[in-house]
Design a protein around this ligand. Structure first.
Ligand SMILES: *Cc1c(COP(=O)(O)O)cnc(C)c1O
Length: 390
């Protein structure tokens, strides 16, 4: 593989923001361009048969822009190996197919991301892979759900959309004691707020569409691990099945990641101000935010997260109709799926992102509204939420 994969100016001695800007992203050796070029090339000239210049041959296997992104993502998660994919679901599919075979079983959160649940429930079940949904905030429940055939414990933390907190360190212990592996979907926290590998996780997954890209302009996914055999399996399917991001997508994701530290600070600050305004509001029956001391996962979140992030869910005292009206009335918060961008978004999970969970164990309450708090002016966001509820 290319020397470009060596994060020379973003080594582990450097701080997070430095690595976000420099890891894998040395100035272009030929021109000095400070940004990694968008290598819009599907193939690479060979100096003789099988003699590649920098290890590049065909862009499904590797592309220098993608290599730079992969080195950056690995560095941000404190991991040795990073792989970038065309979407978070492509990364999820690759992780599952690398780690599970027919007859195997996995444990998943009972409020998993709807797309993750759909893939496991509708596709993997057809190939003889079984799953058990549990509350991943309950370590004993996870331990009890592990069977001899369990190969993977899959968690999100905070979970989407209920913002439950899984204790990564405790679950890594439980998984390893049982001879299984722990995968953490770190999309909601981002590597700035939480680094699961350091807490014992075997694999970290991202939908880079969300906070890492951060500008709602690109879809992507990533897998990071310290385990060379797992990374090899991921690389095999990345090339073998081909769900790769193009070089422009890799560039956009890398460009977004450069400001991740600043953005996550502001997302967290804005979310805290909105949580303050929503707490005790007569229209709201529950505020779900791990930064609240009364949140059942607060202690664990405070231990494993730098701050509490930009996602808030609320339940409306007036039920489903009040939830739909809240979604309709915001002016700065845009009614849309997705999350993690600079702009604030609002959505109704039961009818939108989590519609696929209807009638299942993962069904979400219909009085629930999810806010992805952006980085607009704090007071404007608070005023928007207040007017929408009045
Ligand atoms: C969006 C999301 C995914 C899926 O990622 P895509 O990029 O949309 O394919 C997976 N997990 C979580 C927690 C997500 O929010």
């Amino acid at each position: 593989m290319s020397d470009a994969a060596d994060p020379a100016t973003g080594t582990d001695e450097h701080g997070f923001a430095t690595r976000a800007i420099h890891a894998g992203q040395d100035p272009d050796p030929r021109t000095g361009a400070v940004n990694v070029p968008i290598f819009a090339s599907s193939t690479f000239a060979q100096d003789g048969v099988g003699q590649m210049r920098e290890g590049y041959e065909y862009a499904r296997t590797a592309n220098p822009t993608r290599t730079a992104l992969e080195a950056c993502l690995a560095s941000l998660e404190g991991g040795r190996h990073g792989r970038a994919f065309a979407s978070g679901m492509a990364a999820t599919d690759t992780a599952l197919r690398s780690m599970l075979r027919p007859g195997d079983h996995l444990v998943i959160p009972d409020d998993a991301y709807g797309g993750t649940f759909r893939l496991i429930d509708k596709v993997f079940s057809q190939w003889g892979v079984d799953h058990t949904p549990v509350s991943v905030n309950d370590v004993d429940a996870v331990r009890a759900a592990i069977e001899p055939r369990t190969k993977v414990v899959w968690v999100e933390t905070p979970t989407n959309p209920l913002l439950n907190i899984a204790d990564i360190e405790a679950l890594a212990q439980v998984a390893h004691d049982a001879g299984t592996r722990l995968v953490v979907d770190n999309t909601f926290a981002s590597p700035y707020l939480q680094q699961p590998l350091a807490l014992g996780a075997d694999v970290v997954l991202h939908s880079t569409t969300k906070y890492l890209g951060g500008h709602s302009d690109v879809v992507g996914g990533a897998l990071v691990t310290d385990d060379p055999a797992l990374d090899e399996a991921f690389a095999f399917l990345q090339n073998g099945a081909g769900a790769v991001p193009g070089p422009f997508d890799a560039y956009l994701t890398m460009r977004g990641a450069k400001t991740l530290a600043l953005r996550m600070e502001q997302h967290s600050t804005n979310a805290e101000a909105i949580v303050d305004a929503l707490q005790g509001h007569p229209a709201i029956s529950h505020v779900l935010y791990p930064g609240l001391t009364e949140h059942p996962g607060h202690q664990v979140a405070a231990r494993q997260m730098r701050r509490f992030g930009g996602m808030i869910s609320v339940r409306l005292a007036g039920g489903r109709d009040a939830a739909l009206a809240f979604c309709d009335r915001t002016e700065i918060f845009t009614l849309a799926e997705s999350l993690g961008g600079i702009e604030s978004l609002i959505e109704h999970p039961a009818a939108m992102t989590h519609a696929s969970t209807a009638g299942s164990a993962l069904e979400v309450p219909d009085d629930l509204v999810r806010l992805s708090v952006g980085i607009e002016t704090t007071a404007d966001l608070v005023a928007d939420v207040e007017q929408a509820l009045s």
